[in-house]
Design a protein around this ligand. Structure first.
Ligand code: CTP
Length: 406
């Protein structure tokens, strides 16, 4: 992490003392560290501690503009390669989730484009409170990553989940985040876009249509691609698993329309796309503003077709390699080959979701690869991570021209 700029945002909880250890460890690891403290954080530890450890002046007040040439919260936001909010209190999580910007910490985070990691620390019951959970879920959907608190003795006397993660482990994650791929990493320099999970198509404010996808295949593909040195953008529908460490970008989405927009925003700059997502083919024609009330008799909902994202990419592609997934319950080869042709893909990964060890929610899969030159390659039952390594090997060969892409 040499010469990486890390902005450490410290809010007020007893764990502020651990944030000072974190500052020291980040600096020792070679990072440039600047610290922002909230007023409450300063009740626990003096800014001088952080100034001495970071060897930088500590920001405490939005209006304390020392340098007339810059606006300090914008300057700090632009400077950062990574922002870590640690410890993050329930209050600061609530403010960030709601876009409140009433101090130096919150205005800076709102102005930043760098990835934001939040490391909560609070009483176990506070961490469990529906309001905190709701705010965490909102931030998660905004693309914020969380460093989960660990379990143990809490300053309030309770034992449970709420302790700020140990500084050593946070530093490890930062190191992972900034790790440059080895020079001989097979996918070094390649930008891969991976879509994962289901989509949700709303019909009213509390109801939606979705499917059984858990995101496991796409998340495994993202992990494998990161390990092989790629720059990975993971675009994910709502799932309950954690994104792998080391992603370049994580873009959470809800509906098929959101997913299309996210994919198109990165398509021009990428080299390969892997579409594992189970995208809804239909979406309710009208979304009610209010919860639909039950009535006697049956309910008829009209659906419209969603855009076929992969087909659109197939029409637009210039240099990008496109890989689709086909989950089928019958006639797997015929349907898979048809999708390969119709969507103008380079390769399709097909599975019979009814087969033992394959399909939704499992950690394993049984797949066959189909290519445009008529080849096919059947794989035995293996983990989704191993399927991903095999898939990426094939993609690398296609991209290198060992086998001709379409
Ligand atoms: N796909 C997509 N956009 C859609 C539907 C599917 O990008 N609106 C992508 C999926 O991510 C997958 C591939 O197309 O990579 C095949 O998806 P699948 O659901 O198996 O096929 P469909 O094209 O929806 O065809 P069908 O419903 O007839 O099986």
């Amino acid at each position: 992490m040499k010469n990486r700029n890390i902005l450490l945002c410290v809010s007020g909880g007893i764990a502020v003392y651990k944030a000072s250890a974190l500052t020291s460890k980040l600096v020792q690891a070679g990072a440039n560290v600047k610290v922002i403290m909230t007023e409450s954080a300063r009740e626990f530890v003096s800014p001088l501690t952080f100034q001495a450890l970071s060897r930088n002046e500590v920001y405490t007040d939005t209006f304390n503009e020392q340098n007339p040439k810059v606006i300090s919260h914008i300057d700090a936001a632009d400077w950062a390669d990574l922002i870590i909010v640690a410890p993050a209190t329930a209050n600061i999580i609530g403010k960030l989730a709601n876009g409140i910007a009433d101090d130096m910490l919150t205005t800076t985070v709102l102005a930043a484009e760098a990835p934001v990691w939040v490391a909560p620390a609070m009483n176990v019951h506070m961490y469990d409170h529906p309001a905190v959970k709701r705010n965490i879920s909102v931030l998660y959907q905004d693309g914020v990553r969380f460093i989960e608190p660990s379990e143990g003795y809490l300053a309030c006397g309770y034992v449970g989940k709420g302790r700020l993660e140990e500084p050593e482990l946070i530093v490890e994650r930062v190191r992972e985040h900034f790790k440059e791929p080895e020079d001989d990493a097979p996918l070094k320099g390649k930008h891969i876009v991976i879509t994962a999970g289901p989509t949700r198509e709303a019909v009213d404010p509390v109801r939606f249509f979705t499917n059984k996808s858990t995101g496991k295949m796409g998340y495994a593909a993202a992990e494998a691609a990161v390990r092989l040195g790629a720059r990975v953008t993971l675009i994910s529908g709502p799932v309950s698993i954690e994104p792998p460490v080391g992603l370049y970008q994580f873009l959470p989405v809800q509906s098929a329309a959101d997913m299309r927009e996210a994919v198109l925003s990165v398509f021009d700059s990428c080299d390969m796309v892997i579409k594992t997502a189970a995208v809804a083919d239909f979406t309710p024609a009208a979304v009610s503003d209010h919860k639909m009330k039950k009535k006697d008799g049956s309910l008829v909902i009209e659906f419209n077709r969603t855009a076929d994202i992969l087909k659109e990419l197939g029409e637009r592609k210039t240099h990008q390699l496109l890989v689709g997934f086909a989950a089928e319950t019958q006639d797997v080869e015929r349907y898979a080959r048809r999708k390969l042709e119709q969507k103008n893909l380079d390769m399709i990964v097909a599975n019979d979701v009814k087969a033992e060890g394959a399909g939704f929610g499992t950690d394993t899969n049984v797949v066959t690869f189909y290519f445009r030159d008529g080849r096919k390659r059947e794989l035995a039952l293996m983990s989704k991570l191993d399927v991903s390594f095999e898939m990426l090997k094939e993609m690398t060969a296609l991209k290198a021209g060992d086998r001709k892409p379409v």
